[in-house]
Design a protein around this ligand. Structure first.
Ligand code: PEP
Length: 238
């Protein structure tokens, strides 16, 4: 899954989306998706029809509709053919004050509209160095796990250590696997071990295969490298 973040314009997007459509047939065994900025949902909806590539947004309101200026409702995303929406990306947690509960509320609202939320969790460098990774992940996950097994079975999780996002510093496959296994164990306790867990943080074509070889890493959430069709598709093929 690509996360374009706040990048793109209609002309550049057209080149990227066309490149993805042209190349995706060569990666038949992978679910490929892009999460685009809100203004380009219509462009994604039009360009990706019939391509096998699905699309989504990078955030969503927890409210269904109403006087929430600047917010985008889950049903609006569904109206543009979205399958996915990111919730709780670390940039939203850090720069927009999103709490663990708000992230879970957004995930619940997305599910209610028939979307699949991709709930992001991950620790900062300070937290990692203090040996607090599992505590932080547990705290972030708690309100999400409280949604209960039937809803959890319909979400995707993404483990994205903050220190690895956009830094070029990827978690080693063993480091990532350890956290994914920790998350998987919590899901298994609730009877939903099959929930997909993506890894995110400076994933590139050159490191994707070693990450995907780990038993609990089911795919990747890719930022920078998703802006180049060829590189992104090489990750998907890894
Ligand atoms: C992200 O934005 O979710 C991400 C993982 O970014 P990058 O791949 O650029 O580190």
């Amino acid at each position: 899954m690509g996360n374009w973040k706040m990048h793109g314009n209609q002309a550049a997007n057209a080149v990227l989306l066309d490149g993805l459509c042209a190349g995706v047939t060569a990666v038949p065994n992978c679910d490929v998706a892009v999460c685009v900025p809100f203004p380009y949902l219509g462009q994604a909806n039009a360009s990706l029809q019939g391509s096998g590539i699905s699309w989504g947004a990078q955030d969503v309101s927890k409210h269904e509709q109403g006087a929430y200026t600047g917010e985008v409702a889950p049903a609006m995303l569904a109206d543009f053919g979205c399958t996915w929406v990111l919730t709780g990306h670390s940039e939203r947690r850090a720069m927009h004050g999103e709490t663990d509960q708000l992230v879970a509320d957004k995930a619940a609202a997305a599910l209610n509209a028939g979307l699949t939320p991709v709930v992001c969790v991950g620790e900062t460098l300070d937290e990692q160095e203090a040996g607090r990774t599992q505590d932080v992940i547990s705290r972030q996950l708690a309100p999400v796990l409280a949604l209960g097994a039937p809803l959890l079975a319909r979400i995707v999780l993404a483990y994205e250590p903050v220190w690895a996002i956009g830094t070029g510093r990827t978690a080693t496959p063993d480091q990532a696997q350890e956290v994914h296994a920790f998350i998987r164990a919590q899901l298994a306790e609730l009877g939903v071990p099959q929930v997909r867990i993506l890894y995110g943080g400076s994933v590139k074509a050159s490191n994707a295969a070693s990450l995907f070889a780990m038993p609990d890493i089911d795919g990747a959430l890719v930022g920078g490298a998703s802006l180049m069709a060829e590189e992104f598709l090489r990750i998907a093929a890894a």
